[in-house]
Design a protein around this ligand. Structure first.
Ligand SMILES: NC(=O)c1ccc[n+]([C@@H]2O[C@H](COP(=O)([O-])OP(=O)(O)OC[C@H]3O[C@@H](n4cnc5c(N)ncnc54)[C@H](OP(=O)(O)O)[C@@H]3O)[C@@H](O)[C@H]2O)c1
Length: 287
């Protein structure tokens, strides 16, 4: 993890997810406009994947990035992911090249293994290292890795001599929300010890938390919506970046405003009463 990316996550802890974008040609322009809106409003991190709409989401992100302008591209953190079935050395390289074509980019900032498959970590890491050597990715990382898998991945990096400074696994993207607090038990502390940020996917529990009347009752006196409270809670510790998805400009603005909300101890206790922290190890939830 470089100081640059860690500080980017700290300065802009709310990014934008793109799952389900690019699925319909009719909606594509609206989605690209929404992503552009997010970028203009200060979102710095866009999360996508080759899996989403079979590359369609990357296409929509590419459309928005083109409109945003190449001169401002360096300030962004563009994240995409390789499917485990493509994660051999050569498959990883080919998948990244195809993602870059769809995104219209020369490099992505962070390239993640979407989830663990049957390919040995060494092969995927050989692909990641070759991509970084060629300047096609700035950093690599993983997704849906629980604490033991992450420890094994990091040990593999160390065995391969890939664990120094910017070469090391830069992030782990997992399901983390008020409805999925399992990572707090062991994964977050383990990542914290490595100074590795957690990228929280589905932070609104697929939109459910935005409709949660009990959460809304805690949020309203603070001048917040339930969605804002849920997002402010996810990023409260400074080591988590949240990537809520929305294709609605007003919701994007609402979500982004959560980045600057500080929650006091009383509010955190009321949230804990609604959604208790884990008391024991829970298997990592996946969506
Ligand atoms: N690595 C992985 O395996 C993995 C798995 C799942 C997701 N992800 C990533 O994480 C991103 C976010 O997760 P997600 O899309 O599953 O779920 P999410 O962000 O928790 O929720 C998205 C849903 O909430 C709605 N929404 C957003 N903001 C809202 C607001 N302020 N008020 C009311 N509704 C709101 C959205 O609708 P509108 O669009 O209509 O506003 C959408 O239906 C994904 O898009 C993807 O990039 C990664």
């Amino acid at each position: 993890m470089t100081t640059t990316m860690l500080s980017l996550f700290r300065d802009a802890p709310i990014g934008l997810g793109t799952w389900h974008m690019g699925e319909s040609r009719l909606a594509a322009q609206t989605e690209a406009d929404a992503i552009l809106h997010a970028l203009e409003r200060g979102v710095r991190l866009i999360d996508t994947a080759e899996m989403y709409a079979d590359g369609g989401a990357e296409g929509v992100v590419g459309q928005a990035l083109k409109a945003f302008g190449a001169n401002r591209r360096d300030a962004l953190c563009i994240v995409t992911k390789v499917l485990p079935t493509h994660a051999s050395r050569d498959g990883t390289i080919a998948a990244c090249e195809a993602s870059l074509r769809r995104l219209g980019l020369e490099y992505v900032d962070l390239f993640l293994l979407h989830w663990e498959g049957s390919v040995p970590y060494e092969r995927t890491l050989e692909g990641f290292a070759a991509l970084r050597e060629r300047g096609l990715i700035r950093h690599w990382g993983v997704s849906n890795f629980d604490a033991p898998e992450l420890a094994a991945w990091c040990a593999t990096e160390a065995r391969m001599g890939l664990d120094a400074g910017r070469d090391a696994c830069a992030a782990n993207q997992v399901y983390y929300s008020l409805q999925a607090r399992g990572p707090e038990f062991d994964l977050l502390p383990a990542m914290s010890a490595r100074r590795m940020p957690l990228m929280a996917y589905t932070p609104l529990a697929s939109g459910e938390l935005a409709q949660d009347a009990r959460l809304a009752a805690i949020a309203a006196p603070l001048g917040l919506s339930a969605a804002q409270l849920a997002l402010a809670w996810v990023v409260r510790g400074g080591e988590v970046v949240a990537i809520p998805k929305s294709a609605t400009p007003a919701r994007i603005d609402e979500n982004l405003a959560a980045a600057t909300v500080a929650l006091d101890a009383d509010t955190l206790a009321r949230i804990d009463a609604l959604y208790p922290p884990p008391k024991r190890k829970q298997p990592l939830a996946m969506i």
